[in-house]
Design a protein around this ligand. Structure first.
Ligand code: UDP
Ligand code: MG
Length: 323
């Protein structure tokens, strides 16, 4: 593959690091030996996500001895998704590969990712076939999340949770990652017509240090999935979902109101004590609230896309004759 004029960088490896000092030397050694073996221009971008251990010192030592290494030090701990985002904003290569810094992913698998990108895929995702992690706290929740994300997004991957992935650079450029959204890049990208495949990889237990996540991640992932569903389906047309919900309550409210009016006029009933009066008022109130939120959301969508010059479509290529 031709190398473009970016200092000869073809492959950019992005590694988010939060307190991984003990893992970095071996990671660096194995990454380098694999990448040199590929015989293509590469860079390794280490993102120090506000580590409080020796991570920065270890990275600086490596940086001094290797001009293919870049280090981005964040001011504090922002989380893995923003750390990856910082990497994406600075990559120079045509292919971007993200890998965890804890040696759970084996750098030796990298050539297989690159092969798939060379075959023409835009995203290559890793599927950890033999995960070395506890079943109840890790594999089971992850299994449920994978199932849900696959259903929600219509993208049939086995393993969304792993950050070990390769991307054609234009896919990740400009992607801003909120919450735990790094796991949703393929799902979001698929929506824009990007081709996604997966390869099976080995997974090792963590050597040093501790996982930064526990069961506390579950509710976050749940709400992120809700956002994903919304982004995938209604992000350019929020009133299409909020409108019907608001109207539903509106119809019930109006129906109850008419019935109450009928009872009052023709039978002179006292309405003050009726439960249906409260329900009627509540429904109409809800309807107005929800529909107004929908209208506000429509405004927000326009601000979101137009203020950032974002398009609501993506073009793969334009063929045209020069004039
Ligand atoms: N990480 C990070 N910022 C954080 C938490 C984690 O950059 O706030 C990095 C961490 O150093 C590692 C990767 O993200 O390289 C995955 O983290 P971890 O191994 O703790 O997650 P798990 O494998 O348990 O999902
Ligand atoms: Mg890990």
């Amino acid at each position: 593959m031709e190398e473009r004029d970016k200092g000869g960088v073809d492959i950019s490896v992005v590694v988010p690091l939060f307190n991984e000092a003990e893992n970095i030397p071996e990671l660096y050694r194995r990454l380098t030996s694999v990448l040199v073996g590929l015989k293509r221009g590469y860079e390794v971008i280490f993102i120090n996500d506000g580590s409080t251990d020796n991570t920065q010192r270890v990275l600086e030592d490596i940086f001094r001895g290797d001009e293919r290494v870049r280090v981005i030090e964040l001011r504090t701990n922002f989380g893995k998704a923003p750390a990856l985002s910082a990497g994406f904003d600075n990559v120079r290569g045509n292919i971007v590969l993200t890998i965890d810094g804890d040696l759970q992913d084996c750098p030796e698998d990298i050539p297989r990712f690159i092969e798939k990108i060379d075959e023409g895929f835009d995203i290559v995702s890793a599927w950890r076939v033999d995960r070395k992690e506890p079943f109840l706290t890790r594999r089971l929740p992850s299994c449920i999340a994978n199932w849900c994300i696959a259903r929600l997004s219509g993208l049939d991957l086995h393993d969304f949770g792993n950050a070990y992935k390769a991307y054609r650079a234009e896919v990740v450029k400009g992607i801003k990652l909120y919450g735990e959204h790094h796991r949703f890049i393929p799902a979001l990208a698929k929506n824009f017509g990007v081709s996604v495949t997966e390869i099976k990889v080995k997974n090792e237990p963590r050597r040093h240090g501790q996982s930064k996540y526990g069961l506390g991640r579950i509710p976050k992932v749940f709400f992120d999935m809700l956002t994903l569903k919304f982004l995938l389906t209604y992000s350019t047309r929020p009133l299409h979902i909020l409108g019907p919900i608001g109207s539903f309550f509106g119809v019930i409210g109006v129906f109850l109101g008419l019935r109450l009016a009928y009872l009052k006029i023709f039978y002179g009933e006292q309405l003050g004590t009726k439960v249906s009066l409260s329900v009627c008022v509540l429904c109409i109130f809800l309807a107005v609230q929800i529909i107004t939120s929908g209208l506000l959301a429509e405004l927000l969508v326009r601000i979101y896309y137009e203020s950032q010059g974002k398009e609501i479509y993506t073009i793969r290529r334009i063929l045209e004759h020069s004039t």
